[in-house]
Design a protein around this ligand. Structure first.
Ligand SMILES: Nc1nc2c(ncn2[C@@H]2O[C@H](COP(=O)(O)OP(=O)(O)O)[C@@H](O)[C@H]2O)c(=O)[nH]1
Ligand SMILES: [Mg+2]
Length: 460
């Protein structure tokens, strides 16, 4: 398919302009008195992050991936016959808050779609370059491009450019797109313009919004804000409100099941017209049902939010963002999974010195010898897991990227990064910082905004 070049002249920009951060930004929090030295010492002493880095093997998801492969094989055989034929290029946007499981689901959906005979490509999105998610897709051989530097809604033309270039290079029949986890109003600012201007080339599927049961439970029952101010909780609720399909994820975790039950009931009551599914992206549970629903729903973006952009901007600016990259030369060969988990654990430990710092998502990709391992954690209390990649042979040289989104200040994230590198440099031949960007997301200023849903017949 060919996506025509967008003509700006006859299109109307959407919301009000202005990219200043608002006054309600939380105070920058420094490390507590005494600087970082005590934490550095604690990090070295801590039994949770022993040196040297030859840690015992972490539980990996090899078994999970094999299970998905088996399930996909079965699924393909079962559903290939009666599948609904879709228009040449179908786009599925999978949203949801940071850490809800979007990347995990997109990787699994890619496998299911391939088995159903589709050619799949992915567009990732972040406020800055050096994105762990992009590397995770690349490592799996899935064609991927990223919109880096702003969210899809504020970089609509870049999104169209990525769709166009992927459609030429990978000839996909389906493109999966993962928006920034703190974004909302995607229906009005991304799906409606796509339907309006590119409806003949792209069939826009339903907007799926993934939900982490524990986080949703904390916000929807208001029992504990869990680092979420009322403004951040406002964004979370708006994400749910605009969904065409709501998906409660992580039902494989027995500890999360009671939350999943409660959240499912609350969502059904709050948003009675929206289908609510329960899945485990990690195990592939019910992913076939989700895909059937995606394929049989003719178009997405059926709802458009009423939203206050001041609250949205202020809520988003309560988060701090760090995208950083470094290279390491070890003294002795090390396993990438140990390196990735060590780095995530050490960084988490450094951040935990401020009790008010709430991690929304911390992820590390460690790369070397053509292998990549992705390690993840979504809170200070959560164990770091290897979510992609297996232990292969140890490496002497590695590159790692760390992405952290947390309710704290960018300065705090950056200082913790520098301390981490200092710690690493004492135990390695060489540790070199290659890039480091810490910031707060700027006010969202969408390229387009539609106040009402576009019906496919309204396509330009
Ligand atoms: N138990 C469980 N964990 C999951 C599941 N899906 C994702 N996760 C974990 O949740 C964390 C965040 O996942 P990720 O896909 O990176 O979230 P994203 O920020 O929404 O893209 C990672 O540690 C994943 O391993 C699931 O179905 N079950
Ligand atoms: Mg992701």
């Amino acid at each position: 398919m060919t996506i025509p070049v967008m003509d700006r002249g006859d299109r109307k920009a959407g919301t009000d302009a202005g990219d200043k951060l608002h006054g309600c930004r939380p105070q920058a929090r420094g490390f507590p008195d005494g600087g970082l030295a005590p934490f550095l010492r604690a990090a070295r002493r801590s039994p949770r992050i022993p040196f040297p880095l030859t840690l015992p093997i972490r539980p990996t998801l090899r078994g999970t991936i094999e299970l998905i492969d088996r399930t996909c094989g079965h699924l393909g055989a079962r559903t290939a016959k009666g599948r609904k034929t879709v228009t040449p290029l179908r786009l599925y946007l999978v949203g949801g808050f940071l850490g809800a499981g979007k990347t995990t689901l997109l990787r699994v959906l890619s496998k299911y779609l391939l088995v159903r005979g589709e050619r799949v490509a992915v567009v990732t999105n972040d406020q800055s370059a050096d994105l762990v998610d992009t590397r995770a897709f690349e490592a799996e051989g899935i064609p991927v491009e990223e919109v880096a530097g702003a969210c899809f809604c504020c970089s609509f033309e870049e999104l169209v450019g990525r769709l166009r270039s992927l459609s030429e290079s990978a000839l996909p029949t389906v493109i999966l797109a993962e928006p920034v986890g703190s974004c909302t109003d995607l229906s009005a600012t991304v799906l409606q313009p796509l339907k309006k201007f590119y409806g003949k080339e792209i069939s826009v599927g339903p907007l799926t919004v993934l939900v982490d049961p524990e986080r949703a439970h904390r916000i929807l029952t208001k029992r504990s804000k869990g680092g979420f101010s009322p403004k951040a909780a406002y964004i979370y609720r708006k994400q749910l409100e605009e969904a065409d399909i709501l998906v409660v994820n992580k039902i494989d975790d027995p500890q999360l099941l009671p939350h999943a039950d409660a959240v499912e009931a609350i969502l059904k009551e709050l948003l009675p017209g929206t289908p609510v599914l329960r899945i485990s992206a990690r195990l592939g549970l019910n992913v076939d049902t989700l895909l059937d629903l995606l394929e049989t729903t003719p178009f997405g973006g059926r709802k458009v939010l009423e939203i206050d952009y001041d609250i949205y901007a202020e809520g988003e600016a309560e988060l701090a963002w760090l995208n950083a990259r470094a290279t390491i030369r070890f003294r002795d060969p090390q396993y990438l999974d140990s390196v990735g988990c060590y780095i995530a654990d050490a960084y988490k430990l450094l951040l935990s010195q401020d009790v008010n710092c709430e991690i929304a998502h911390l992820k590390v990709v460690a790369m070397g010898n053509g292998e990549a391992v992705v390690c993840n954690t979504t809170s200070v209390d959560q164990t770091t897991v290897v979510s992609y990649g297996d232990r292969s042979s140890p490496v002497l040289d590695a590159e790692f990227i760390l992405n952290c989104r947390a309710f704290t200040s960018p300065a705090y994230l950056e200082r913790a990064w520098r301390t981490l590198l200092l710690t690493l440099s004492q135990w390695t031949e060489q540790t070199r910082s290659e890039a480091c960007k810490a910031f707060r997301p700027a006010r969202p200023v969408p390229s387009y905004r539609f106040a009402t849903p576009i019906q496919p017949a309204d396509t330009a």
